[in-house]
Design a binder for this molecule. Structure first.
Ligand SMILES: C[S@@+](CC[C@H](N)C(=O)[O-])C[C@H]1O[C@@H](n2cnc3c(N)ncnc32)[C@H](O)[C@@H]1O
Length: 210
């Protein structure tokens, strides 16, 4: 999360009174086991976007334990929507399968594999894509999924400002990722202009409309 926004985030999160037992359980599990999941305020915004877009077919890149997947699959149920989600880590993939089952969802297609390969194998159109996996591959995830995106569809990119390292000092080991993300943002503004928005909340969100 962007360091500068921590207090604002605490305020927002304090206002959200989560009642769903499974969601609370997954949030606690993620905290205790260091599983990176979307921050609470981003989760709220993600559900909102899926809903206002009347989304019927979602692609998620980076399932982890299924937390954001459950939120999105639930949010699109009223539009008879479904979710395809891809995870490279087998342990997390299996945990996600269990969690989708616990959530009672039957509109989820969970794929185990590397999204750099798996997106290319998909042969369907999506109206909402959520990119939340390895940042070094964001441009590839974006370009591959853009090809599958319907006109007016949305791509929602999380963590695009990478803890604020794009505009402040960062540990040397992140040099390549920081450069790639910065170039990616420049590319998005240059290629998509008014159809791209960069929102500095959470860990930075990129929004693209086709
Ligand atoms: C930030 S977590 C996803 C969190 C999840 N979207 C949520 O908010 O509940 C990123 C996940 O992407 C997975 N991942 C990383 N690189 C990947 C790749 N190339 N293909 C598929 N999954 C990948 C990681 O194993 C990790 O579980």
């Amino acid at each position: 999360m962007l360091e500068e926004l921590k207090e604002a985030n605490s305020y927002v999160v304090g206002k959200i009174k989560e009642k769903d037992e499974l969601i609370l359980e997954l949030e606690e599990y993620a905290r205790e086991n260091n599983v990176p999941i979307v921050t609470k305020e981003v989760a709220e915004y993600l559900k909102f976007m899926v809903d206002i877009n009347k989304t019927t077919n979602i692609l998620e890149v980076g399932t982890a334990i299924g937390y954001s997947g459950i939120l999105m699959a639930r949010a699109c149920e009223k539009y008879n929507g479904k979710l395809t989600t891809i995870e490279i880590d087998e342990v997390r993939y299996k945990e996600a399968l269990e969690n989708f089952k616990k959530a009672g969802l039957n509109n989820v297609n969970a794929i185990f594999g590397d999204a750099t390969d798996e997106i290319k194998k998909l042969d369907e159109e999506f109206d909402f894509v959520f990119i939340d996996a390895s940042k070094g591959h964001y441009r590839e995830f974006f370009e591959d999924s853009y090809k599958l995106l319907k006109k007016d569809g949305i791509i929602f990119i999380d963590n695009i400002m990478f803890r604020g390292y794009l505009y402040k000092e960062y540990p040397k080991r992140f040099k390549t990722i920081v450069r790639k993300l910065d170039e990616f943002i420049t590319y998005l503004y240059e290629e998509f202009g008014e159809n791209f928005a960069l929102l500095p909340f959470g860990d930075g969100i990129g929004l693209l409309k086709k």
